[in-house]
Design a protein around this ligand. Structure first.
Ligand code: AMP
Ligand code: MG
Length: 352
């Protein structure tokens, strides 16, 4: 398939190009587009066959439901049974990186929701995403625009590398500002369950809803007795091709550990900006300053893709804290690492 590339600047949107891209979606085709979180792979959310093409293009299991993207918060009423809590969340966080799961209406085909009776709804703030949805006049179903098994794409180059020749169009519109997928919450009466952490933090949600529960799967491996180094099926989604090991412990010990590792093995390191001068300048990837979690989030998936391209036998990264957007970083990294965490102490430094 010949994939049409649309170069559109988010600052000055070329409306004739955008119209052409919208037309592809309205005719049942697939177009990748930028959002503030990651690039999405879009299809008409009311067209069952179009949605099915998404699963085929990505190689995604058909029971893993898609998020539908709307242009204004009140459009949710066309697809879901909204309530007061939804509108409170909408007032606080929309447009923006929050996905809300509610009971679905019949306008959404089951292929979009993976057979569930609920639907995930998000109203993105990125100007290209927003205009594209408005131009289509219908919700756009869109998972992240990567092949199943690679990290979510945060640049157009990532999308081209995964999906060129496989989908109808790709809108190239620069780097994604946030870099991690949206926060996902499920509404149950007056309770919110956080299913996936993102840039809208648990604390921010608690300003709108008294009852916010964080699902255990956000931080814990579900299969209790699994060996830490054998990645379960559910972790394969983000896993690099060589082992990723997350380091925790005293900063000085970790630095010494990394020094030793650089001498002993072919390792790639996702390091803090401050560590660049201290480590050997080889397979080093600057993830941002230690206290700048937003930059670390923005760079994470590109860093994992780069690390995977380097010839190395192991990748090391710091285990993030769980505060604020740190919880989202923690969640993505711990899954990519299949929960492999090494606690670096003075003792195990000697053994290395
Ligand atoms: P992606 O768009 O690739 O980030 O994937 C969408 C995420 O939303 C997946 O993790 C899905 O499991 C989740 N999701 C979408 N719809 C639902 C739903 N109705 N219930 C629970 N999770 C959902
Ligand atoms: Mg995804």
């Amino acid at each position: 398939m010949n994939t049409k590339i649309f170069d559109i600047s988010p600052e000055v949107i070329d409306s004739s190009l955008l119209l052409e891209a919208a037309k592809i979606i309205k005719c049942g085709g697939l177009v990748a587009f930028p959002t503030e979180t990651v690039y999405g792979l879009g299809a008409d959310a009311t067209d069952a066959q179009a949605a099915e093409k998404i699963y085929a293009a990505k190689g995604r299991p058909s029971d893993n439901p898609l998020i539908i993207h709307i242009a204004s918060p009140e459009d949710a009423d066309r697809y879901a049974y909204t309530d007061e809590l939804y509108y409170a969340l909408a007032r606080a966080f929309m447009p923006g990186p929050l996905t809300v799961i509610m009971k679905k209406k019949d306008t959404v085909p089951e292929s979009v929701t993976g057979g569930l009776d609920t639907v995930a709804v998000r109203c993105p703030s990125h100007p290209i995403a927003s205009e594209l949805i408005r131009e289509c006049g219908v919700a756009i179903a869109a998972p992240s625009a990567n092949l199943s098994g690679s990290p979510s794409p945060t640049t157009a180059a990532h999308v081209i590398s995964d999906l060129d020749g496989i989908i109808d169009g790709i809108i190239c519109g620069g780097e994604c500002e946030i870099g991690l997928e949206s926060t996902i919450v499920k509404i149950d009466g007056d309770k919110l369950t956080l299913l996936r952490p993102g840039a809208i933090t648990a604390d921010a949600l608690r300003c709108v809803c008294d009852n916010v529960e964080i699902a255990a799967s956000v931080t814990e491996a579900l299969a209790e007795n699994e060996r830490p180094l054998s990645p379960g099926m559910k972790y394969r989604h983000y896993a690099p091709s060589v082992p990723l090991v997350l380091l925790e412990g005293e900063p000085d010990y970790i630095l010494t550990f990394l020094h030793n590792a650089q001498n002993a093995e072919r390792c790639a390191i996702l390091c803090y900006h401050e560590e660049l001068d201290e480590l050997r300048c080889e397979r080093l990837i600057d993830i941002g300053a230690q206290d700048d979690l937003a930059t670390q989030a923005q760079r994470l998936f590109a860093a994992l893709r780069r690390a995977d391209e380097l010839e190395c036998d192991v990748i090391y990264a710091h285990l993030p804290c769980k505060d604020g957007i740190g919880l989202a970083l923690y969640n993505r990294l711990i899954r990519a690492a299949a929960h492999t965490v090494l606690h670096v102490t003075r003792d195990n430094l000697k053994h290395h």
